[in-house]
Ligand binder design. Structure first.
Ligand SMILES: *Cc1c(COP(=O)(O)O)cnc(C)c1O
Length: 449
């Protein structure tokens, strides 16, 4: 198909995600022909370094030979079959491996096909657990400011990004939102690497007051992604685990973005040496190949659902593509690659390379902070350094960085005034350097006035 015709038909029929479609008048979507390693390649052969892992899903690059093989081998057997009353090797193998890798006593795996659905599953399971264990007044969920847990109504109810949620407020579940950590603009004047998270007091006082009505706390461990890669210290999670234990409240870890090596460990909770009651995983789980998600939980929680049929305690939740064999086969291969190619050990020099950038970026007059956790780093642009005054959102500085970076050959889709890096874990050091140089040039230009 000729490109002009492709774009005409796109405008005619396609509604893109998280986009004001009118923006396409200025910046039409870029048709991609193929991928190769960390690069997306358009029909003119122009390459873009995928600096955001195609919305945080890609782990080992595009068009990966091992993942391609796992996918086609499974396709040669069966692409999909019903998962109620039937099972298959890829799902069983994936479950076994995930339970082995997961922190603590997480030992049961429930399948769905996207992150929001995994969050819905955790919320429903937690709620139902308390219904079936004699504490039915525990019905509410707690989340923190700027949280992101997905876009379906349940997931949005525990979200804190007003941009995505405000208009839907009248149709969302009622819950509790507490002030979470905000290390860049710390209200206590502390540093994230040395503090003891006194900001946890907000969570503490809410649970002390309301624990009888609370089923679970849900949180993104260590990095609040959609909030602008807000990074906070593991001590906050340690305190959360202890508090949840003290008040019989579930801890739901949403590791959809941070799981699978992004923080330098397989799962972010490992940094805090704690284990959640539910862990939601998606995104990197298939290396960015296919939609798949899982919710892990403990035998203890599972037991509250396990009874004779007539007890009506089963978890009657399903999605048509639950446990899709193609996705599971690729996910198993992803875990094998982690192991056999020693991916986590290979990250150290790249994390050091990211750290070495802090000084350079923070020397810019309009960069308030360069922060990093694992293989994720973020540059927060500010209108004024003194007082950390944000640029007015209407100026869309981030969008300008995005446009300039595209011209220079990098995909850096920002979050408001935050330009971030979440490249595939396998990015080579010279590719990472190139990505950082492009970001530096683009940010310098956009903040020059
Ligand atoms: C992306 C994301 C989700 C939602 O996943 P989808 O597959 O987009 O529905 C939930 N939580 C976090 C932390 C995420 O980053």
């Amino acid at each position: 198909m000729d490109i002009a015709e492709l774009l005409r038909l796109d405008r005619e029929h396609v509604w893109h995600p998280c986009t004001q479609q009118k923006d396409h008048e200025l910046l039409p979507p870029i048709p991609i022909d193929r991928g190769e390693g960390v690069h997306l390649i358009d029909f003119e052969g122009k390459r873009y370094i995928d600096g955001v892992s195609s919305w945080w899903v890609n782990l080992f690059g595009h068009n990966h030979p091992r993942l391609n093989r796992a996918l086609t081998e499974q396709a040669g057997r069966i692409a999909h079959h019903i998962f109620a009353g039937f099972t298959h090797e890829p799902a069983v193998e994936l479950s076994r491996r995930l339970c082995e890798l997961a922190p603590g006593a997480l030992n049961k795996v429930f399948f769905a096909d996207n992150g929001s659905a995994a969050v819905e599953v955790a919320l429903k399971m937690s709620f139902q657990y308390w219904q079936q264990t004699g504490i039915p007044q525990k019905t509410r969920f707690v989340s923190i400011t700027e949280a992101y847990h997905g876009e379906t109504l349940g997931a949005l109810s525990v979200g804190g990004c007003e941009l995505y949620r405000e208009i839907y407020q009248p149709i969302l579940l009622e819950g509790f939102q507490v002030q979470g950590p905000d290390c860049f603009r710390c209200a206590y004047g502390l540093e994230r690497d040395s503090c003891d998270a006194p900001c946890f007091e907000h969570m503490q006082s809410l649970l002390e007051r309301e624990h009888e009505n609370i089923a679970a706390v849900i949180i993104e461990p260590l990095i609040q992604g959609a909030a602008g890669m807000r990074i906070y210290p593991p001590v906050y999670l340690k305190k959360l685990r202890a508090l949840c234990d003290a008040f019989a409240v579930h801890y739901i870890a949403d590791e959809i973005a941070v799981g699978f090596g992004r923080t330098g460990r397989m799962f972010a909770n490992e940094h805090a040496e704690v284990a959640p009651d539910f862990m939601c995983l998606s995104k990197g789980i298939t290396g960015g190949y296919l939609p798949l998600s899982v919710t892990l939980t403990t035998d203890e929680i599972y037991a509250a659902f396990y009874d004779d049929y007539a007890s009506m305690k089963a978890f009657l939740h399903s999605h048509s593509y639950t446990g899709n064999p193609l996705a599971c086969a690729v996910a198993v291969e992803v875990l094998k690659i982690f192991e056999e190619e020693d991916i986590l050990s290979s990250l150290a020099p790249k994390m050091a390379l990211l750290d070495a950038q802090a000084e350079r970026f923070e020397a810019l007059p309009h960069v308030g902070e360069f922060r990093r956790c694992g293989m994720v780093a973020a540059v927060e642009m500010v209108g004024e350094k003194k007082g950390k005054v944000p640029y007015p959102w209407q100026e869309r500085r981030g969008l300008e960085v995005y446009r300039k970076a595209l011209n220079m050959g990098a995909l850096l889709r920002p979050l408001g005034n935050v330009v971030y890096f979440m490249p595939p874990l396998t990015i080579a050091e010279d590719e990472l350097r190139q990505l950082l140089d492009i970001a530096f040039a683009a940010i310098s230009e956009v903040t020059a006035d």
